[in-house]
Ligand binder design. Sequence first.
Ligand SMILES: Cc1ncc(COP(=O)(O)O)c(C=O)c1O
Length: 421
Amino acid sequence: MIETASYSTQTQSSAESSSSSTSVIPRDVLHKYEVENNSNNLSVETILRSKINEAVVENEAFYVVDLGAVVRKHQEWTAHLPRVKPFYAIKCNPDTAIIKLLASLGTNFDCASKAEIQQILGCGVSPDRIIYANPCKMKSHIEYAKASNVELMTFDNSHELIKISENYRNAKLLLRIITDDSKSVCRFSTKFGAPLDTTYGLLKLAKDLNLNVCGVSFHVGSGCMSADSFVSAIRSAHRVFKEAEELGLTFNMLDLGGGWPGSNNERIDFRVIANAIRPVIDDLFPAEIEVIAEPGRFFVFESHTLAVNVFAKRTVQEPTTGDKHFLYYVNDGVYQSFNCILFDHYTPTASVLIPGEDNTQYKSTIFGPTCDSMDCIGKDISLPELHVGDWLYFKNMGAYSVAAASPFNGFKSHPTTFYMY
Ligand SMILES: Cc1ncc(COP(=O)(O)O)c(C=O)c1O
């Protein structure tokens, strides 16, 4: 039986005078995305159930996005790292409602390509609030950055420096250095970052080319599990600042990159990282040095909950025990939102939206909708028996999910999204 929820569909037009908290969400976001005011603090489960009853067409998969979760993350950031200006890495989730919300809260943006820069400029954000943080850039994208007055960008090798000197001499450059990324879920140091024994030579070359290098950036790897990784990268950055001083270069910016956790748990807690790095930054970098960071996952991991529908089912027998094992086929998979299983090493947790009376657990496997057997969301997990038409939901689906979804096999890549606050 589907529970009938009394979820309010009040939008800002009627809510703005009554709810001071709602006023944090920009007016155009409230209207364009029909953001619903959850002033009754209904659970996400209740909201998902109400959407199934009221709004979902043909049992399609859908997201509920809590913009309030993004606001809370912004508050957490400013409370614990007041000196560090966040540049949201939009690759993580380029949802325009989230971008506009973060822009209105004063967050700046990290873009990796021409199209990402275009999206941010299209949201009305000024170019001086963008860092083009891709150390290896296409010439045409550099030209676009120049034409759009996006000045700040990263580099990590001599070829890139020469390319920049030929195409955008006045750019403000940050030298991205290599870090110890061994404590991170997604490691980047095989692809990006100048080894520390090359930084002096790179700075010397930049000086000879008369380029404007103004600081250091790093990325400890995405999903970093260690505050020490940040601390040691900050210390390395400080050594490069000293090299710049020796060469007579004036540095004024330190970029702490991404890697910040999306939720606080016993393995890693943003506040632990913040507490560890604050004194080190203050000790090594005088107040006039601008400190920025490029958090992605931090802002959006917790904001998205995805509901998927079981559209097919098979029953097989466990070869050794003869026990029943159910295979479920749901309408979002590894080629869509769940690409995070492959690319982000994520293990999503499935929950049953409307539990039945019988809670007997069976070994179950959940497949996505395509004809590829790799399109598997979870193997051998324990679930009560589900039926065609039942719903599963997955919390914490905001990071590196829809951002890389594809329409492979003709299935919808971007589920309908409902916004709430
Ligand atoms: C240059 C750069 N900055 C920031 C990020 C965001 O990282 P995270 O989501 O771990 O904070 C990434 C992620 O790939 C990146 O490549």
